[in-house]
Design a protein around this ligand. Sequence first.
Ligand SMILES: C[S@@+](CC[C@H](N)C(=O)[O-])C[C@H]1O[C@@H](n2cnc3c(N)ncnc32)[C@H](O)[C@@H]1O
Length: 385
Amino acid sequence: MRKFELIAPCHFGLEAVLKKEIIDLGYDVLQVEDGRITFFGDEEAVSRANVFLRSAERILIKVGSFHAETFEELFQGTKGLAWEEYIPRDGKFWVAKAASVKSKLFSPSDIQSIMKKAMVERLKESYHAGWFEENGASFPVRVFLMKDEVTVGLDTTGESLHKRGYRKLTAKAPIAENLAASLIMLTPWRGDRILVDPFCGSGTFPIEAALMAANMAPGMNRSFTAENWPEVVARRNWYDAVDEAGDMVDLDVVTDIQGYDIDDKMVSIARENARLAGVEKLIHFQRRPLSQLSHPKKYGFLITNPPYGERLEEKAALPALYKEIGERFAGLDSWSMYLITAYENAERDIGRKADKNRKIYNGMMKTYFYQYLGPRPPKRQKQED
Ligand SMILES: C[S@@+](CC[C@H](N)C(=O)[O-])C[C@H]1O[C@@H](n2cnc3c(N)ncnc32)[C@H](O)[C@@H]1O
């Protein structure tokens, strides 16, 4: 089987979560950089990584890397890569995305067009052809330049992995599914513990938690670009990965996951999304304002993404809202609270400094993940037979 170096981009600040997921899936991590992890894998790893990883943005096959400070070096470096090992004679290929940091070459459109020309030249020589129809499968290329080091990858995923296929309807400011999953994985919450999202919007946190509780792989109900690359990843790898995922699902698991929102419409959207994800049985959604948040049990988790003032009129309401978050949390016995927000005065208005705090980039927006840690529940006595 062919071996690849695979690159998985993720949210800045959450590399450790993705690294652990890759290791748990059985692969060796080669390098951890800001916003991406490189690991070794074979054809099977390409399909398994796409189907199973909850925190990755996409999976790229690294075609190669080289140093380039001029367009001529970029052209020659690109032409020097073995494109014919991946792209068939009828393949449609283009540089879908170019990103440049601290490098002499920085214009994405120039990088994209020079690289495309270099790929055409390479493939002309390999296939002894004068031109290409490009009417076959798609081979989108992604390139990052970091301090003039060019890393080139073929995108095996297509539509970003955060699109699991269940969120047909969205809220006002939905959190990306892979970001929600990563944040849940940063907490000690496990499927047998209580989880409440009091600002659930379209239901992303409860749904991602339910998927984890039921052991449902996030990518088992969607498709991937590299499914159409049988010469690179043999078809059976995709069937095997989905079969493996199917065997692991346990929808009979007992959960205590709840999502509340003040807005009726949001609650219906969240319910519909949970239904599409196949986990509606595992979540209780309800219209409920924060002011009515309470829970009779101990040791639960609030994991949530409260309003952070996306619109001006909301900004004025934030101090009172966050004060109320603090008061409601204080009324929950032995609970933990985890909240991601871009609101700068969150801790001040909640009235308590977080025990831990982590800076996370949600796209270009700087946010913080505030972590208020409650006590652990006492260990359950082992049942005597
Ligand atoms: C940033 S959005 C949450 C988005 C959600 N994480 C998602 O992925 O769709 C905040 C949500 O809080 C709700 N909300 C605002 N004030 C509230 C309150 N006082 N009580 C409960 N929900 C409230 C809004 O209706 C909105 O859906």
